[in-house]
Design a protein around this ligand. Structure first.
Ligand code: FE2
Ligand code: FE2
Length: 128
């Protein structure tokens, strides 16, 4: 995982990726559906919290690159998380594939934004 240089953002990204990793382990080890569903719900809520925190910061940083596209990606993943929960409830999805997609998406997103964040000074919120 690339680091952004913004402490809270990096902590939240670490937590997101650890949660997905844990979920993958649980599914592989055959933990019960209730545990998996509870964890997925918590992860989906955490994603929403992280995006809310990050978006406030994105609006504060001057000329953050590709901001509109970035916000669109957040919206897309939030909808995806909601749909995933629905499908999980109905038992209609192959959870492993879904989690792998989610992990890949998060890593791509985090790595790309970290490079942009690093061009700013976290103390002054201006270009370095
Ligand atoms: Fe983001
Ligand atoms: Fe992020």
């Amino acid at each position: 995982m690339e680091f952004s240089g913004f402490t809270l953002i990096d902590e939240q990204h670490g937590h997101l990726l650890e949660s997905v990793q844990q979920l993958k382990d649980w599914v592989r080890l055959g933990r019960g559906e209730t545990a998996v569903f509870t964890m997925t719900t918590a992860l989906a809520e955490y994603v929403v919290q992280h995006f809310a925190y990050e978006e406030e910061l994105l609006h504060t940083l001057p000329n953050f690159p590709n901001l509109a596209k970035h916000l669109e990606q957040h919206k897309h993943l939030t909808l995806f998380a909601g749909d995933t929960l629905d499908l999980l409830l109905k038992g209609e999805v192959v959870v492993e594939d879904l989690l792998q997609n989610l992990e890949d998406w998060l890593i791509d997103h985090i790595d790309e934004e970290a490079l942009h964040f690093r061009t700013y000074d976290p103390a002054t919120l201006t270009y370095k």
